[in-house]
Ligand binder design. Structure first.
Ligand SMILES: Nc1ncnc2c1ncn2[C@@H]1O[C@H](COP(=O)(O)OP(=O)(O)OP(=O)(O)O)[C@@H](O)[C@H]1O
Length: 611
């Protein structure tokens, strides 16, 4: 963490106003008229107290000096006084109404902006905890800040106007008193700004732990992890972890509150002493007849207004500084450069995928030292069915993610139709690949949506949806659902129907089949499918994709043997064998070893199940 960030000084505080034009631009785009009116009301609010003091002064002086005159001399200032009070009240109400409306619109706009930005992030961004933290901070801590900055700036203007006008009233009496009035608020504000900074520093340093605390909370309150938590009796362990983290946060927060309260207490006492002394001077002047009653009240009220305005003004500066730190997080996130591959407007469009070629490709994940893939080269042509096999962690899924265009910081070349994947229009590429990942999504939405998300344009096209369902052998399963294709799936919402792992997988397959892809990738459907279903699905997919490209990953090698035009064998990130099933069996090396091993295991399983 950058220590420099945490040293507070006035220069930094003034610098923090730099963010205002950006903030203003953002707010201006929400509701222009509201913004103008709110600003006007703030300015009026700043002037009103001093005007009200003058009205009170002239009313009281009129009462005191008009004993022998007609009542009209008192009535006129009385009407002005009452009118001003009512006007102030109306302005206050209107302003609070407009601000509430404005904040609702702003919060909505901000959350959509953050989602829009999140949409442009890459998979490696999501796997990067720094980017992830920025997103969380923008979402959780910064969303309210733009309005806070705006209202602070307006308050500053309003308080400044209030201060100047009240000072002018007091200046008329004894100019040197002003120095006494301003000294304590200045010291207290500098101290409080430092406290605010400390608080931000603590919050900033906590973001990893906050995320962990949120995650533990999520695990305990979510159906996804419930089964394991329940069966392994993990509840107490997780709660302990949650408590430990939160106790630390609470301890830090309490310490700050204690410091803050003590400091406020001391500054308040000092302020009371100074205020008491000035009050004594005013009362004494009135007593000896130096000033009229109206002026006495005006000076007393000006004194308290100056104190309020000074405190307000200086605490606004420190609040501005503190808010600015959060605002910086927000704009850091919103202005994070969009990955080059997305911003290339002249990216190459492709009609269809004819070939996929890897030339000496090596790749390591940003957070890892060792390579996940090393010097991989192969070519897949239209009409071929390729199987990727290898032990856990050998790099199969990583290879799929590279071919799908998720990571661009690899070495070597990945070519689609002979063109670097980095230059190809990402949306184009995405629309031509039908893919099911190991950890495919189970959307807590209707069955129609779960499938339709594969091709949004067809979400209401029942014929096309049915075709996709048939391709995934899911016709019977879907028609047996209580509301057929319009049944809510999952358990999060009313009338939701939970599916088995294999059934979810068929829904995901239907989703992949709904897009008229040129390349179908199935990453280990065996996780939830029984061996026969997996075999059927592979065979079906390769039949359907006869003139396309199919890439399958499975640990059940016998399911792949007949359908594969080529098998690629990976070991520790390297492509060690390549050929048809027969060729690799004859080669008698790693593939043969894996195949025989699996047959032996299955044989043992069969014998055990018979016994
Ligand atoms: N997001 C990630 N960040 C860092 N390392 C990763 C990430 N995903 C995978 N790895 C690492 O990359 C290597 C290859 O993983 P990969 O998931 O590609 O293997 P796999 O062959 O698909 O394994 P499995 O058969 O278990 O699915 C492993 O060492 C793994 O730990």
């Amino acid at each position: 963490m950058n220590q420099e960030m945490y040293s507070f000084n006035l220069k930094d505080a003034i610098k923090s106003f730099k963010s205002f034009p950006k903030v203003f631009k953002l707010l201006w785009s929400v509701r222009k008229l509201h913004l103008i009116l709110i600003s006007m009301f703030y300015i009026i609010n700043g002037m009103l107290p001093a005007v009200s003091i003058l009205a009170t002064q002239s009313l009281l002086n009129a009462i005191q000096t008009s004993r022998d005159k007609e009542f009209i001399y008192v009535l006129y200032p009385l009407i002005v006084y009452l009118g001003l009070n009512s006007f102030g009240y109306i302005i206050l109400q209107l302003n609070s109404y407009l601000q509430s409306i404005f904040r609702i619109d702003l919060n909505y706009k901000m959350s959509v902006m953050i989602l829009d930005k999140a949409k442009t992030l890459s998979l490696s961004d999501f796997e990067n905890s720094e980017v992830y933290d920025k997103l969380r901070r923008a979402q959780n801590e910064a969303i309210e800040r733009p309005y806070a900055v705006f209202s602070i700036v307006l308050s500053l203007i309003s308080q400044f106007l209030g201060l100047i006008s009240s000072l002018a009233i007091l200046l008329y009496w004894k100019p040197w008193v002003i120095l006494l009035v301003v000294i304590i608020p200045i010291i207290s504000t500098i101290y409080m700004a430092k406290m605010g900074h400390l608080q931000y520093k603590i919050e900033y340093g906590r973001s990893q732990e906050r995320r962990k605390s949120w995650y533990l909370n999520y695990l305990m309150t979510n159906d996804i992890a419930f089964k394991e938590i329940n069966i392994y009796r993990l509840g107490d362990y997780l709660i302990e972890g949650y408590k430990k983290l939160n106790k630390k946060f609470i301890k830090q927060d309490k310490k700050i509150i204690k410091k803050r309260t003590l400091a406020s207490f001391i500054f308040e006492i000092l302020d009371q002493i100074v205020g008491g002394f000035i009050l004594y001077l005013i009362v004494k002047s009135a007593y000896i007849g130096e000033i009229l009653l109206g002026n006495t009240v005006a000076y007393i009220r000006s004194l308290s207004n100056i104190k309020g305005n000074m405190e307000g003004l200086l605490s606004s500066i420190s609040a501005m500084y503190q808010n600015n730190l959060y605002i910086k997080q927000l704009f850091d996130f919103l202005e994070m450069p969009v990955k080059e591959e997305l911003s290339i407007s002249d990216s190459i469009q492709i009609e269809e995928i004819n070939t996929i070629e890897l030339m000496d490709v090596s790749f390591k994940y940003p957070n890892r030292r060792e390579y996940a893939l090393r010097n991989i080269s192969f070519k897949i042509r239209k009409g071929e069915t390729i199987s990727l096999v290898g032990e856990n962690g050998s790099g199969k899924s990583t290879l799929i993610k590279l071919i799908s265009g998720f990571y661009h910081d690899y070495e070597g070349e990945i070519l689609i139709n002979g063109v670097s994947i980095k230059k190809i229009n990402k949306e184009d590429l995405g629309s031509k690949v039908g893919i099911i990942f190991q950890d495919f999504n189970r959307y807590e939405l209707t069955c129609r949506e779960n499938i339709g998300l594969g091709n949004i344009d067809l979400i209401d096209n029942d014929i096309k949806l049915q075709e996709a369902i048939d391709k995934a052998y899911a016709r019977e399963m879907v028609s047996n659902l209580p509301k057929g294709i319009d049944t809510q799936l999952g358990v999060w919402f009313d009338e939701g129907v939970q599916l088995s792992g294999g059934q979810w997988q068929r829904i995901a397959l239907s989703r992949a089949f709904l897009r008229n892809a040129d390349c179908y990738i199935l990453d280990e459907p065996s996780a939830s499918l029984d061996p026969v279903s997996e075999h059927e699905i592979f065979r079906r997919t390769s039949d359907l994709a006869k003139d396309k490209i199919s890439i399958f990953i499975s640990h059940r090698l016998y399911n792949l043997r007949k359908i594969s035009s080529k098998v690629l064998v990976l070991k520790e990130g390297k492509l060690i064998e390549e050929g048809t099933h027969e060729e690799l069996m004859n080669l008698n090396k790693h593939y043969r070893y894996l195949y025989d091993l699996q047959n032996a295991i299955d044989l043992v399983d069969d014998i055990e199940s018979i016994a």
